[in-house]
Design a protein around this ligand. Structure first.
Ligand SMILES: NC(=O)c1ccc[n+]([C@@H]2O[C@H](COP(=O)([O-])OP(=O)(O)OC[C@H]3O[C@@H](n4cnc5c(N)ncnc54)[C@H](O)[C@@H]3O)[C@@H](O)[C@H]2O)c1
Length: 472
């Protein structure tokens, strides 16, 4: 069949790999022929966290032989018993892990040497920032690269799925792999950056259904990676170079951060003016091309709070201002929550010093167990600083040092002076607030996620306040 105007053959058009923009630097054209029909590919996944575990299980389900490597003994043990170490609602994941471990296609190991002989090595370790300077901290990535480099076989493909600050592939990853493996990238070792886009609560769905951006600086790496990702990604895979992929990933999360900060700033203005920010948002969005996001008690998780900083990392000399300012606005929201709790307590006739505050929600995201950078932690610290006594409830998140998490919402709220709702877990939508209120010492409720209709809560005898809310 003759190629179309864009130069794609019929086969290429129907194989699902055609990109709306192609990469001029490497001149890549997607080829169905690059998708291997053989199913015995050996894959090593480094880091079995929220990204690595679903990836390992999904790849194993395509018939690949997968070894997951992690430094966390507990995770390795749990996976090898056929269970998922992740809690919360992760549709399909626990079953897939069980199935793939039972077939023997998925195993976990503490040993980096278990990656030797792998055709594909996917690196999925965490990439945090330094909490003080906000600079990228590759304290997990660098050791992971140093450990796997010596066992990489000739012709292996390494895909970095972790999120990276622009310039890291060229400045950190390539030299570390070449030094440790004594191989040359693009000649006898192949390297791509294929950042993950998934979100907790939808891990498997996002892994297979979302389009991917694939950064490669040479055509062979790109073709090998396309063949690998086409095994389980059903959406388009857009080819580009390393640095563009780094900027795309961090920019898509910084974009979200800035949009949320805008909504939060409107919420702060609305509170001051005594209007409801959620009603404001609904009306703003009646204007064409406006898509204002929802304000709330703060932004958490491993990704959004640090990816903005990765984008404006030291490699960028021009000192961006908008993105760091958005970070500041979003970081302020849990402290604003603490201030509103103090105001609600005062309206209920209670000083914050010695007051008992029941915090509903410890994970950063609804219906998950993920507490990384949770705004609940900042709010709790701020409330404790003001003298409050805290009880924390969460249906999924586990206790951490300094944060004992209760599973029983009645126990957490009994004798409390105020409820501070931080996470919109489904379980909180169904609470019998009236019954809880009767067992509280003072009935005040601060709604950080617009979960309740304020007028209903007031009718139940509560003082009701919230992020972006006027007075009730
Ligand atoms: N969580 C998400 O929703 C998400 C989404 C998109 C991108 N990302 C990015 O993906 C990367 C991983 O995120 P995550 O949420 O899976 O992190 P995670 O903390 O859940 O998992 C990382 C895992 O790597 C392991 N690890 C650390 N050093 C190791 C080493 N030397 N060898 C082997 N294992 C090692 C850790 O023990 C941990 O189990 C990050 O860069 C993150 O920004 C995460």
């Amino acid at each position: 069949m003759a190629p179309d105007k864009a130069g794609y053959s019929e086969g290429e058009r129907t194989c699902g790999l055609i990109r709306p923009f192609s990469n001029s630097r490497i001149g890549l054209k997607p080829l169905c022929a690059a998708v291997p029909s053989e199913r015995s590919v050996r894959v090593a996944v480094i880091g079995l966290g929220y990204v690595g575990l679903p990836l390992a299980a999904a790849v194993a389900s395509t018939g690949a032989n997968v070894i997951g490597i992690d430094i966390d003994l507990e995770k390795v043990k749990v996976v090898n018993t056929g269970q998922s170490p992740l809690r919360g609602h992760e549709p399909g994941l626990a079953d897939l892990v069980k199935e793939q471990v039972s077939t023997g296609r998925l195993r976990a190991s503490l040993e980096p040497t278990a990656a030797s002989g792998a055709d594909v090595v996917a690196v999925c370790v965490e990439t945090p920032i330094d909490p003080t300077t906000h600079d990228p901290s590759y304290k997990a990535l660098k050791p992971a690269l140093a450990e796997i480099a010596p066992v990489l076989k000739r012709g292996a493909l390494v895909s970095i799925e972790s999120t990276l600050a622009p310039g890291t592939m060229e400045g950190v990853v390539r030299p570390a792999l070449e030094r440790g493996s004594k191989r040359k990238v693009g000649r006898d070792l192949y390297l791509v950056h294929c950042p993950e886009r998934l979100t907790t609560g939808k891990l498997l769905h996002h892994l297979t259904e979302l389009p991917r951006v694939l950064g490669a600086n040479d055509a062979i790496s790109a073709r090998k990676a396309l063949a690998f990702y086409a095994r389980f990604v059903k959406a388009e895979i857009h080819s580009t170079d390393w640095t563009t992929a780094e900027v795309v990933k961090t920019a898509e999360n910084a974009y979200w951060d800035v949009q949320i900060a805008f909504a939060n700033e409107v919420a702060l203005i609305s509170e001051e003016l005594g209007v409801d920010a959620y009603r404001v948002r609904d009306l703003v969005n009646t204007c064409p091309y406006r898509m204002m996001l929802i304000p709330g008690a703060g932004v958490g998780g491993h990704c959004i709070p640090k990816d903005s900083w990765l984008l404006v990392s030291p490699a960028v000399q021009s000192k961006p201002e908008l993105i760091p300012t958005a970070r500041e606005v979003n970081d302020f929201m849990p402290r604003r929550m603490a201030r509103i709790v103090e105001e609600a307590l005062a309206a209920a006739g209670r000083k914050i010093k010695g007051a008992r505050v029941a915090v509903l929600g410890f994970s950063y995201r609804e219906n998950t167990d993920d507490t990384r950078n949770s705004p609940a932690k900042t709010m709790i610290q701020e409330l404790r600083r003001r003298g409050a006594d805290i009880a924390i409830h969460d249906p999924f998140a586990r206790s951490e040092r300094g944060y004992a998490v209760l599973r029983d919402v009645k126990a957490a709220t009994k004798g409390a002076d105020c409820i501070a709702l931080v996470t919109a877990h489904d379980a909180y939508r169904k609470l019998d607030l009236k019954a809880l209120g009767r067992r509280m010492r003072h009935a005040a409720l601060v709604d950080g996620r617009n979960l309740y209709a304020g007028s209903d809560v007031v009718k139940m005898g509560f003082v009701y306040r919230g992020i972006g809310k006027g007075q009730f």
